[in-house]
Design a protein around this ligand. Structure first.
Ligand code: DON
Length: 567
């Protein structure tokens, strides 16, 4: 099937707007930031922030707070993230080591590159909805590991607290209700899903309905009691495996048992005196944030006019996303070149840029050491930090709203549609308009390429900033712009996040701009050759830094306030 560029663009734009507002807009409160003197948290959801605060109050640390928030988001925000999905975490542990924890989904053993082809035709909807869209979820393994390694309480405690909330229910707000309405048809296709999110007549629950999720509570409690093995190979895996067998899926109980949590070395780069720890492949986030910062380090960004600075940002984004499409994939299957983040490569790319006009980027470039691997081998972001020196950045997702839309009856767990993050058909755009190549093709046991960019910065060896974002490919460029605005322009974190954002991902060849980008800058960008597209306001960045006295400064996405007014 041939997807027209326009159709691809439209679906990309619609998805970005839907997905991003879904992630961000929450009725009532908007700024979910807290510093209780011991630890800090920033999430997009009041209940998740409260759970983190309760974890601190009970003597927990930033790891407890982050895990409690993540499990709570799976209850009150299950259309964005949950135990049916995956996550990446970058953690600066209190002993000073920094680790990248890979709880990304894995393709099942029976996955193959033509699994979305029917009678010779590529069927893009199959990787977006239904049983074939689901990858083996990694969140439980990742949260379990984090608690084992650095939490003070137990995973069971946080699971049971979140299970209480799932049992007692919470009032659906306007945003949740709108998401339900928008996806009613898809949700109604799966009885296990409809039984939770729709009423007996198949209508979506209205605002104010108290959503109780007893099955999800049961699953949480069973993991609390029996450990992660209940999920990976035990009762949960068995129920899902059986359902998949009868409903055209490929996932088996053994796939769950074979799930592998991977502890990776972060991508580390130096930027103006900071060490930036990003997430390595299978995320593209760490590599491309580092690559773009390397190029930008050759400029005095604070001395540039605003138009030139935005122009330069767009140009480096284009170069990075062209490389992403070709080089990036699961490092166990694809050779991701070390040279992408080398200074020499940054110099080569910098030499292609002009402040006067746009560069044409017809294709990816070839970095040095292209034969070498980088290392030996609808989403939410949670930031927490404590006085012991634990700084956590978790980005967690089921991919698009309600993931695959599948809840296997009896489990209460929304299963992801992360398989769509593979380049299912080389050259065909996925839900975010991203295209990819062989490096990100489907293979058994492979992890789909991600844009999630949990990031921690240190200065002189001490953690000073944790941040990350939601929003598909814009995650990478949100993190980049927050860092530039904060570090180069000297803005406080909140102002750095408020600045009008731009996003370029090479294909489509458009510069996405927020509505707040003022006309004179738009005109200057057009004169330089950019083709602009307005993408409303987008993004959801959460960050925690330190003020001059060394106190935590937590900031949740400032756009939430405006969005809640509008929605
Ligand atoms: O891993 C990724 O890059 C995507 N699955 C993230 C999805 C996302 O951010 C949805 N957002 N609002």
């Amino acid at each position: 099937m041939v997807t027209s560029t326009r159709a691809a663009f439209l679906s990309f734009t619609a998805l970005m707007v839907l997905c991003l507002t879904a992630t961000l807009a929450r009725g009532g409160e908007y700024a979910e930031v807290t510093d209780n003197g011991y630890g800090a948290v920033a999430t997009v959801q009041p209940r998740a922030t409260e759970a983190a605060m309760n974890a601190y109050a009970a003597g927990g640390n930033a790891v407890d707070a982050a895990v409690a928030a993540a499990l709570t988001l799976g209850v009150v925000d299950g259309h964005n993230s949950g135990i049916g999905g995956g996550l990446f975490a970058v953690v600066h542990w209190s002993d000073g080591r920094v680790e990248a924890i890979d709880g990304r989904e894995m393709a099942p053993a029976a996955a193959h590159r033509d699994m979305y082809v029917r009678e010779g035709e590529y069927r893009p909807e199959l990787s977006k909805r239904g049983p074939l869209a689901v990858g083996i979820p990694g969140s439980v393994a990742a949260l379990d590991y984090m608690m084992e390694k650095g939490g003070k309480a137990s995973l069971a405690r946080h699971l049971n607290a979140a299970a209480d909330l799932a049992e007692n229910g919470f009032a659906i707000d306007g945003i949740f209700a709108r998401r339900l309405k928008r996806h009613t048809e898809d949700l109604s296709a799966y009885p296990g899903t409809a039984a939770i999110f729709l009423d007996a007549q198949g209508q979506p629950w209205p605002v104010g309905h108290r959503l109780k999720q007893p099955d999800l509570a049961k699953t949480y409690r069973a993991i609390a009691e029996k450990g992660g093995s209940y999920f990976y190979g035990g009762g949960f895996a068995q129920t899902v495996g059986q359902w998949m067998e009868h409903n055209g899926g490929l996932i088996t109980r053994e796939d769950f048992a074979d799930y592998e949590l991977i502890r990776r070395r972060p991508v580390v780069s130096e930027y103006r005196g900071y060490s930036v720890y990003g997430f390595p492949p299978p995320s593209s986030g760490g590599v491309h944030v580092a690559q773009m910062l390397n190029i930008l380090e050759g400029y005095d960004l604070s001395a540039l006019s605003e138009a030139n600075r935005y122009h330069l940002l767009a140009e480096v984004m284009k170069l990075a996303f062209a490389d992403r499409a070709y080089w990036l994939g699961d490092p166990a299957f694809a050779k991701v070149p070390k040279g992408l983040i080398s200074e020499a490569y940054a110099q080569t790319l910098r030499a292609r840029l002009s402040l006067e006009k746009t560069t044409t980027v017809p294709d990816y470039s070839t970095p040095p050491k292209a034969q070498e691997e980088l290392f030996g081998k609808h989403t939410t972001h949670i930031a927490t930090a404590d006085k012991d020196g634990n700084w956590v950045a978790i980005t967690s997702t089921v991919n698009t709203n309600f993931g695959s839309k599948v809840v296997v009856p009896g489990t209460g767990v929304v299963l992801n549609n992360q398989m769509d993050d593979f380049s299912a058909q080389p050259g065909e755009p996925n839900a975010y308009g991203l295209i990819g190549a062989e490096a990100n093709s489907i293979a058994p046991g492979k992890r789909p390429l991600s844009s999630m960019s949990p990031t921690v910065l240190t200065r002189e060896g001490k953690p000073v900033l944790t941040l990350g974002a939601a929003g598909g490919p814009t995650i990478i460029t949100q993190v980049l712009q927050t860092l530039i605005n904060h570090i180069d322009l000297g803005m406080g974190l909140e102002d750095a996040m408020r600045m009008a954002r731009v996003h370029h991902q090479w294909r489509p060849n458009e510069l996405f701009v927020e509505k707040t980008l003022v006309d004179p800058i738009r005109e200057a960008l057009k004169e330089k050759g950019h083709s602009l597209r307005q993408l409303g306001d987008y993004g959801s960045t959460q960050a925690i830094g330190l003020d001059e006295q060394g106190h935590f400064v937590s900031v949740a996405e400032p756009r939430l306030e405006e969005r809640n007014r509008v929605e």
